[in-house]
Write a protein of this length. Structure first.
Length: 318
């Protein structure tokens, strides 16, 4: 019976970690820390390393009598840093230049040299103020990003990320660059109604369109497109709608069942009379086990317990 109870406990614990109700319950997330062998020279003072056997990661041992001397091992020097914000959406017209900035802070216990690398999809549109810089412990730095749109570029949403690297750590700044026509006839907004969604599900978006050029009523072509962080299209839908003064509606797109987890961009693009207007939003795709599967696991655990107790033979009396 004890083994059965242990099995039930494991099943319930597994269910709580990954269960997600398809109705009113919120997704439950868990972080799993996987223990790996410590490696001297990886810039991280891991368990089993100290100032005597790995000074490169843990720092030099303090001399006897020095202030704050360590007994039983050296000080741990963990490397880490933060980026704020983690996403940027910029809207510019063809031929325009715009600047934005982010804040990077050293939140670890060692000085860092940080390098920045832009994904190929954005290299023609972005100039970084600095691609390599140093940050002391607790130091923060503001980095300026210049966005540019050449006159011959197509009106569209260009997405990608800037990858910041230091001491084996990578942090991402996701970027969506909306390039519209100069003097666009419409102002458009899109708002994802559910920011976290599972593969194979429908994503709903609230779309608002305003006729700022005074051209209505007109029949305009509207595209709704989803791209991954590399700029590849994973879903799209094209429609024609009548716009008079304003139009507000909800659009639904289905996420392909084989879509991997990650950050995605969805945008609405309106064409009329040679002019294009664009608006975008972001959302996360996360793979989750349903609440019903969690319930089935509990029922199976109870059945196994019952069968085990039936098979258990009674002790022989002497």
């Amino acid at each position: 019976m004890k083994r059965g109870m242990i099995l039930i406990f494991i099943l319930i614990l597994t269910g709580f970690i990954s269960a997600e109700s398809d109705s009113s319950l919120s997704p439950v997330e868990a972080t799993v820390n996987i223990k790996t062998d410590s490696i001297c020279g990886d810039s991280t003072c891991d368990t089993g390393e100290d100032c005597s056997n790995c000074p490169g990661d843990c720092g030099n041992c303090q001399t006897p009598g020095g202030s704050g001397s360590n007994s039983g091992g050296g000080s741990r020097t963990k490397a880490d840093f933060q980026i704020n914000p983690e996403e940027i959406i910029v809207s510019i017209s063809k031929g325009e230049i715009q600047t934005s900035s982010i804040l990077i802070k050293n939140t670890g216990k060692k000085n860092l040299q940080i390098t920045a690398e832009t994904t190929p999809s954005l290299q023609n549109f972005i100039n970084l103020e600095e691609n390599t810089f140093n940050l002391n412990i607790e130091e923060e730095k503001e980095i300026e990003i210049k966005f540019k749109s050449l006159g011959n570029v197509l009106e569209d949403l260009y997405v990608g990320k800037i990858i910041f690297k230091s001491s084996g750590i990578e942090k991402y700044l996701f970027i969506a660059l909306e390039i519209e026509s100069l003097d666009s006839l419409f102002d458009v907004k899109i708002n994802v109604l559910d920011k976290i969604i599972s593969p194979g599900k429908d994503i709903k978006n609230k779309i608002e369109i305003m006729d700022i050029g005074g051209v209505g009523p007109v029949n305009a072509t509207i595209e709704n497109i989803i791209k991954n962080s590399e700029g590849n299209i994973i879903a799209e839908k094209t429609d024609t709608k009548t716009i008079e003064n304003s139009l507000i509606y909800t659009e639904t797109l289905q996420i392909p069942a084989n879509t991997p987890a990650g950050t995605y961009f969805i945008y609405t693009k309106i064409f009329y009379n040679g002019k294009t207007a664009i608006a975008s939003d972001t959302f996360e795709i996360k793979k989750q086990i349903s609440f019903w599967l969690y319930l089935i696991l509990i029922i199976l655990g109870i059945i196994v317990c019952y069968l085990y107790s039936k098979r258990k033979k009674p002790k022989k009396k002497h």
